[in-house]
Design a protein around this ligand. Sequence first.
Ligand SMILES: [Zn+2]
Length: 366
Amino acid sequence: MFIWFMIFFYIVMPSSWHLTVFAGDDASVINIKIMQTTDMHGNILDYKYQSAEKTVDFGLVRTASLIKKIREEYENTLLFDTGDILEGNALGEYAYRSRFFNLGRVHPVIKAMNYLNYDGATVGNHEFNYGLNFLMQSLQGAAFPFVNANIYIDDHNTNPIDDINLLPPYIIQDKEWTDESGVKQKLKIGIIGFVTPIVAEWDKEYFRDKLIVKNISETARHYVPLMKEEGADIIVALAHVGMDADKGLQEKEGNSVSDLSQVSGIDAILYGHTHSVYPSRPGLNLVNTSRPAIVQAGYWGNHLGIIDLKLVNKNGKWKVEKSTSSIQTIYRTIKNKKIPVTGRDTELEKLMMKDHLNVKKFSEIK
Ligand SMILES: [Zn+2]
Protein backbone atom coordinates (compact mmCIF):
# COMPACT_ATOMS: atom_id res chain seq x y z
CA MET A 1 0.00 0.00 0.00
CA PHE A 2 2.76 2.41 1.01
CA ILE A 3 4.77 1.60 -2.12
CA TRP A 4 1.77 2.44 -4.31
CA PHE A 5 1.38 5.68 -2.46
CA MET A 6 5.02 6.58 -3.09
CA ILE A 7 4.80 5.75 -6.80
CA PHE A 8 1.65 7.82 -7.06
CA PHE A 9 3.32 10.63 -5.17
CA TYR A 10 6.42 10.80 -7.36
CA ILE A 11 4.68 10.33 -10.72
CA VAL A 12 1.54 12.36 -10.25
CA MET A 13 2.47 15.18 -7.91
CA PRO A 14 4.36 18.19 -9.28
CA SER A 15 8.08 18.07 -8.50
CA SER A 16 7.96 21.22 -6.34
CA TRP A 17 5.80 19.23 -3.89
CA HIS A 18 8.54 16.68 -3.46
CA LEU A 19 10.87 19.48 -2.45
CA THR A 20 8.47 20.89 0.08
CA VAL A 21 7.72 17.57 1.68
CA PHE A 22 11.22 16.10 1.62
CA ALA A 23 13.09 19.33 2.05
CA GLY A 24 15.16 18.20 5.06
CA ASP A 25 18.22 20.34 5.68
CA ASP A 26 17.86 22.20 2.41
CA ALA A 27 15.14 24.45 3.71
CA SER A 28 16.55 25.14 7.17
CA VAL A 29 16.82 28.74 8.27
CA ILE A 30 18.54 29.90 11.46
CA ASN A 31 18.61 33.41 12.84
CA ILE A 32 21.42 34.25 15.23
CA LYS A 33 22.23 37.34 17.21
CA ILE A 34 25.87 38.15 17.95
CA MET A 35 26.46 40.65 20.77
CA GLN A 36 29.61 42.67 21.42
CA THR A 37 31.21 44.75 24.12
CA THR A 38 34.55 46.45 23.69
CA ASP A 39 37.14 48.71 25.32
CA MET A 40 35.76 48.18 28.81
CA HIS A 41 38.93 49.56 30.45
CA GLY A 42 37.93 48.16 33.84
CA ASN A 43 34.54 49.86 33.89
CA ILE A 44 32.33 47.10 35.23
CA LEU A 45 30.44 49.35 37.61
CA ASP A 46 28.68 52.58 36.65
CA TYR A 47 31.02 54.55 38.88
CA LYS A 48 33.50 57.36 38.30
CA TYR A 49 36.39 56.63 40.66
CA GLN A 50 38.07 59.98 40.05
CA SER A 51 35.13 62.07 41.18
CA ALA A 52 33.71 59.32 43.42
CA GLU A 53 30.20 59.37 41.97
CA LYS A 54 27.72 57.13 40.21
CA THR A 55 27.07 57.66 36.51
CA VAL A 56 24.62 56.60 33.82
CA ASP A 57 27.24 57.12 31.07
CA PHE A 58 28.98 53.74 31.23
CA GLY A 59 29.49 50.45 33.07
CA LEU A 60 29.07 46.78 32.16
CA VAL A 61 26.43 46.50 34.92
CA ARG A 62 24.18 48.51 32.59
CA THR A 63 25.17 46.81 29.30
CA ALA A 64 24.51 43.52 31.13
CA SER A 65 20.80 44.41 31.31
CA LEU A 66 20.70 44.81 27.52
CA ILE A 67 22.50 41.46 27.13
CA LYS A 68 20.08 39.68 29.46
CA LYS A 69 17.05 41.14 27.70
CA ILE A 70 18.28 39.93 24.32
CA ARG A 71 18.99 36.48 25.75
CA GLU A 72 15.44 36.33 27.09
CA GLU A 73 13.97 37.29 23.72
CA TYR A 74 16.19 35.29 21.38
CA GLU A 75 17.33 31.72 21.61
CA ASN A 76 20.40 31.70 19.36
CA THR A 77 22.84 34.25 20.75
CA LEU A 78 26.60 34.75 21.10
CA LEU A 79 28.49 37.27 23.23
CA PHE A 80 32.04 38.49 22.54
CA ASP A 81 34.44 41.18 23.71
CA THR A 82 37.10 42.78 21.51
CA GLY A 83 39.66 43.87 24.07
CA ASP A 84 41.12 46.61 26.27
CA ILE A 85 39.55 45.23 29.42
CA LEU A 86 42.33 45.30 32.06
CA GLU A 87 43.68 48.86 32.10
CA GLY A 88 42.11 52.29 32.32
CA ASN A 89 40.54 52.92 35.71
CA ALA A 90 41.09 52.52 39.45
CA LEU A 91 39.75 48.95 39.45
CA GLY A 92 42.36 47.92 36.86
CA GLU A 93 45.07 49.71 38.80
CA TYR A 94 43.99 48.06 42.05
CA ALA A 95 43.94 44.62 40.44
CA TYR A 96 47.48 45.15 39.20
CA ARG A 97 49.06 46.76 42.25
CA SER A 98 47.39 44.81 45.04
CA ARG A 99 48.91 41.56 43.72
CA PHE A 100 45.74 39.75 44.57
CA PHE A 101 46.66 36.87 42.25
CA ASN A 102 48.83 35.75 45.17
CA LEU A 103 45.59 34.96 46.94
CA GLY A 104 44.44 32.80 44.05
CA ARG A 105 41.72 35.21 43.02
CA VAL A 106 40.29 35.87 39.56
CA HIS A 107 40.80 39.33 38.04
CA PRO A 108 37.62 41.32 38.82
CA VAL A 109 36.97 42.17 35.16
CA ILE A 110 37.34 38.52 34.16
CA LYS A 111 35.06 37.57 37.07
CA ALA A 112 32.36 39.88 35.71
CA MET A 113 32.81 38.44 32.21
CA ASN A 114 32.61 34.87 33.54
CA TYR A 115 29.34 35.78 35.22
CA LEU A 116 27.97 37.04 31.88
CA ASN A 117 28.98 33.83 30.09
CA TYR A 118 30.95 35.30 27.24
CA ASP A 119 31.54 32.94 24.31
CA GLY A 120 34.96 34.39 23.60
CA ALA A 121 37.17 37.46 23.56
CA THR A 122 40.36 38.87 22.12
CA VAL A 123 43.10 40.99 23.68
CA GLY A 124 43.51 44.72 23.05
CA ASN A 125 46.74 46.72 23.06
CA HIS A 126 46.11 47.94 26.64
CA GLU A 127 46.13 44.34 27.91
CA PHE A 128 49.93 44.58 27.60
CA ASN A 129 50.31 47.73 29.73
CA TYR A 130 51.02 45.78 32.91
CA GLY A 131 53.35 43.27 31.27
CA LEU A 132 52.99 39.78 29.88
CA ASN A 133 52.95 37.89 33.19
CA PHE A 134 50.07 39.92 34.56
CA LEU A 135 48.17 39.50 31.29
CA MET A 136 48.59 35.73 31.19
CA GLN A 137 47.67 35.40 34.88
CA SER A 138 44.53 37.45 34.27
CA LEU A 139 43.45 35.36 31.28
CA GLN A 140 43.94 32.14 33.24
CA GLY A 141 40.89 32.98 35.33
CA ALA A 142 38.59 33.15 32.29
CA ALA A 143 35.91 30.52 31.81
CA PHE A 144 35.76 31.46 28.12
CA PRO A 145 38.49 31.40 25.44
CA PHE A 146 40.72 34.32 24.43
CA VAL A 147 41.91 34.14 20.83
CA ASN A 148 44.56 36.06 18.93
CA ALA A 149 46.09 35.00 15.62
CA ASN A 150 48.72 37.66 14.94
CA ILE A 151 50.88 37.83 18.10
CA TYR A 152 53.77 35.36 18.12
CA ILE A 153 56.60 34.49 20.45
CA ASP A 154 59.78 35.91 18.94
CA ASP A 155 61.98 32.91 18.11
CA HIS A 156 64.66 35.14 16.53
CA ASN A 157 64.59 33.48 13.14
CA THR A 158 62.83 34.43 9.93
CA ASN A 159 61.22 31.10 9.20
CA PRO A 160 57.45 31.65 9.57
CA ILE A 161 56.69 27.92 9.66
CA ASP A 162 57.97 27.39 13.20
CA ASP A 163 56.41 30.54 14.71
CA ILE A 164 54.39 29.88 17.85
CA ASN A 165 51.26 31.86 18.68
CA LEU A 166 51.04 33.56 22.08
CA LEU A 167 47.38 32.58 22.38
CA PRO A 168 45.17 30.13 20.47
CA PRO A 169 44.80 31.81 17.05
CA TYR A 170 41.20 30.63 16.68
CA ILE A 171 38.69 28.24 18.13
CA ILE A 172 35.74 26.41 16.67
CA GLN A 173 32.74 26.12 18.96
CA ASP A 174 29.93 23.61 18.54
CA LYS A 175 26.45 25.04 18.98
CA GLU A 176 23.10 23.32 18.88
CA TRP A 177 20.56 25.88 17.77
CA THR A 178 16.91 25.82 16.91
CA ASP A 179 15.96 26.70 13.35
CA GLU A 180 12.84 28.58 12.26
CA SER A 181 10.81 25.37 12.04
CA GLY A 182 11.78 24.37 15.58
CA VAL A 183 14.32 21.71 14.59
CA LYS A 184 17.65 21.49 16.43
CA GLN A 185 20.64 22.08 14.15
CA LYS A 186 24.32 21.62 14.83
CA LEU A 187 26.58 24.47 13.81
CA LYS A 188 30.29 25.15 14.10
CA ILE A 189 31.23 28.73 14.90
CA GLY A 190 34.78 29.78 14.06
CA ILE A 191 36.19 32.62 16.19
CA ILE A 192 39.48 34.33 15.34
CA GLY A 193 41.18 37.36 16.94
CA PHE A 194 43.55 40.16 15.86
CA VAL A 195 45.26 43.16 17.42
CA THR A 196 46.71 46.29 15.80
CA PRO A 197 50.47 45.79 15.26
CA ILE A 198 51.11 49.24 16.75
CA VAL A 199 50.95 47.57 20.17
CA ALA A 200 54.53 46.38 19.54
CA GLU A 201 55.63 50.03 19.46
CA TRP A 202 53.36 51.40 22.17
CA ASP A 203 54.38 48.67 24.61
CA LYS A 204 57.93 48.26 23.30
CA GLU A 205 59.39 47.06 26.59
CA TYR A 206 57.18 43.97 26.60
CA PHE A 207 57.51 43.25 22.86
CA ARG A 208 61.09 43.91 21.86
CA ASP A 209 62.91 40.57 21.42
CA LYS A 210 59.98 38.75 23.04
CA LEU A 211 56.91 39.05 20.85
CA ILE A 212 56.20 39.90 17.23
CA VAL A 213 52.93 41.08 15.69
CA LYS A 214 52.14 40.11 12.13
CA ASN A 215 50.00 41.77 9.47
CA ILE A 216 46.27 41.31 10.20
CA SER A 217 44.94 40.58 6.69
CA GLU A 218 47.82 38.27 5.80
CA THR A 219 47.26 36.36 9.02
CA ALA A 220 43.54 36.12 8.27
CA ARG A 221 44.24 34.81 4.76
CA HIS A 222 46.37 32.09 6.33
CA TYR A 223 43.94 30.98 9.04
CA VAL A 224 40.44 31.43 7.57
CA PRO A 225 40.85 28.58 5.02
CA LEU A 226 42.17 26.33 7.83
CA MET A 227 39.07 27.12 9.90
CA LYS A 228 36.86 26.31 6.91
CA GLU A 229 38.72 23.02 6.46
CA GLU A 230 38.00 22.22 10.09
CA GLY A 231 34.32 22.67 9.36
CA ALA A 232 33.52 26.20 10.56
CA ASP A 233 30.05 27.06 9.24
CA ILE A 234 30.46 30.74 9.99
CA ILE A 235 33.52 32.80 10.91
CA VAL A 236 33.46 35.67 13.38
CA ALA A 237 36.53 37.93 13.58
CA LEU A 238 37.26 39.79 16.82
CA ALA A 239 39.54 42.66 15.85
CA HIS A 240 41.16 45.16 18.17
CA VAL A 241 41.98 47.66 15.43
CA GLY A 242 40.30 50.69 13.86
CA MET A 243 38.32 50.90 10.64
CA ASP A 244 41.49 52.62 9.34
CA ALA A 245 45.05 51.61 10.25
CA ASP A 246 46.73 53.39 13.18
CA LYS A 247 48.44 56.64 12.24
CA GLY A 248 51.96 55.84 13.46
CA LEU A 249 52.03 52.40 11.87
CA GLN A 250 54.81 51.78 9.34
CA GLU A 251 52.97 49.00 7.53
CA LYS A 252 49.45 50.38 7.14
CA GLU A 253 48.25 48.10 4.36
CA GLY A 254 46.38 45.09 5.65
CA ASN A 255 46.15 46.40 9.20
CA SER A 256 42.65 47.86 9.38
CA VAL A 257 39.07 46.64 9.61
CA SER A 258 38.42 47.81 6.03
CA ASP A 259 41.31 45.62 4.85
CA LEU A 260 40.17 42.68 6.97
CA SER A 261 36.67 42.94 5.50
CA GLN A 262 38.17 42.16 2.07
CA VAL A 263 39.40 38.75 3.22
CA SER A 264 36.98 36.15 1.92
CA GLY A 265 35.32 33.70 4.27
CA ILE A 266 34.72 36.08 7.21
CA ASP A 267 31.03 36.57 7.96
CA ALA A 268 31.12 39.07 10.83
CA ILE A 269 33.71 41.51 12.16
CA LEU A 270 33.36 42.85 15.68
CA TYR A 271 35.93 45.55 16.33
CA GLY A 272 37.15 47.95 18.98
CA HIS A 273 40.09 50.27 19.68
CA THR A 274 38.94 53.67 18.42
CA HIS A 275 36.13 54.03 20.99
CA SER A 276 33.55 55.10 18.43
CA VAL A 277 30.40 53.34 17.29
CA TYR A 278 29.59 51.56 14.05
CA PRO A 279 26.93 51.89 12.69
CA SER A 280 27.15 55.58 13.53
CA ARG A 281 24.09 55.81 15.79
CA PRO A 282 21.61 53.66 17.71
CA GLY A 283 18.49 52.78 15.76
CA LEU A 284 20.37 52.53 12.47
CA ASN A 285 20.19 49.04 10.94
CA LEU A 286 22.95 48.57 8.43
CA VAL A 287 22.11 45.78 6.03
CA ASN A 288 25.27 44.27 4.60
CA THR A 289 25.33 42.76 1.17
CA SER A 290 28.71 41.83 -0.26
CA ARG A 291 30.97 42.50 2.73
CA PRO A 292 30.91 40.88 6.15
CA ALA A 293 28.71 42.51 8.77
CA ILE A 294 30.73 44.99 10.87
CA VAL A 295 30.02 46.48 14.30
CA GLN A 296 31.83 48.56 16.96
CA ALA A 297 30.24 49.02 20.39
CA GLY A 298 31.81 52.28 21.62
CA TYR A 299 33.65 51.92 24.94
CA TRP A 300 33.28 51.32 28.70
CA GLY A 301 30.07 49.38 28.09
CA ASN A 302 28.19 52.44 26.84
CA HIS A 303 26.84 50.51 23.85
CA LEU A 304 26.10 46.94 22.91
CA GLY A 305 27.04 45.95 19.37
CA ILE A 306 24.69 43.59 17.54
CA ILE A 307 25.03 41.57 14.35
CA ASP A 308 22.01 39.63 13.13
CA LEU A 309 22.76 36.77 10.78
CA LYS A 310 20.17 34.88 8.81
CA LEU A 311 21.69 31.54 7.85
CA VAL A 312 20.18 29.28 5.24
CA ASN A 313 21.22 25.72 4.64
CA LYS A 314 21.77 25.09 0.94
CA ASN A 315 22.89 21.62 -0.13
CA GLY A 316 24.04 20.79 3.37
CA LYS A 317 26.05 24.02 3.76
CA TRP A 318 25.13 27.01 5.90
CA LYS A 319 25.33 30.35 4.14
CA VAL A 320 24.68 33.86 5.42
CA GLU A 321 21.69 35.08 3.44
CA LYS A 322 21.27 38.38 5.22
CA SER A 323 23.24 40.25 7.84
CA THR A 324 22.46 43.42 9.74
CA SER A 325 24.63 45.51 12.07
CA SER A 326 23.24 47.79 14.76
CA ILE A 327 24.08 49.19 18.18
CA GLN A 328 22.08 49.69 21.34
CA THR A 329 22.87 52.48 23.78
CA ILE A 330 22.60 52.47 27.58
CA TYR A 331 21.50 56.14 27.70
CA ARG A 332 19.91 58.82 25.55
CA THR A 333 20.72 62.51 25.64
CA ILE A 334 17.61 64.63 25.96
CA LYS A 335 18.08 68.39 26.31
CA ASN A 336 21.75 67.92 27.25
CA LYS A 337 20.84 65.49 29.99
CA LYS A 338 21.74 61.82 29.88
CA ILE A 339 18.72 59.64 30.58
CA PRO A 340 19.38 55.91 31.19
CA VAL A 341 17.46 53.57 28.90
CA THR A 342 18.39 50.47 30.87
CA GLY A 343 18.67 49.55 34.52
CA ARG A 344 21.71 47.97 36.13
CA ASP A 345 22.19 44.26 36.65
CA THR A 346 22.01 44.18 40.44
CA GLU A 347 23.38 40.64 40.63
CA LEU A 348 26.54 41.69 38.81
CA GLU A 349 26.72 44.81 40.97
CA LYS A 350 26.58 42.64 44.09
CA LEU A 351 29.30 40.37 42.70
CA MET A 352 31.60 43.38 42.29
CA MET A 353 30.86 45.11 45.58
CA LYS A 354 33.76 43.74 47.62
CA ASP A 355 36.29 44.63 44.91
CA HIS A 356 34.67 48.04 44.56
CA LEU A 357 35.06 48.81 48.28
CA ASN A 358 38.65 47.57 48.18
CA VAL A 359 39.39 49.85 45.22
CA LYS A 360 38.06 52.85 47.14
CA LYS A 361 40.14 51.94 50.18
CA PHE A 362 43.19 51.25 48.01
CA SER A 363 42.86 54.58 46.13
CA GLU A 364 42.76 56.49 49.43
CA ILE A 365 45.98 54.84 50.69
CA LYS A 366 47.73 55.57 47.40
ZN1 LIG B 1 40.53 51.18 24.31
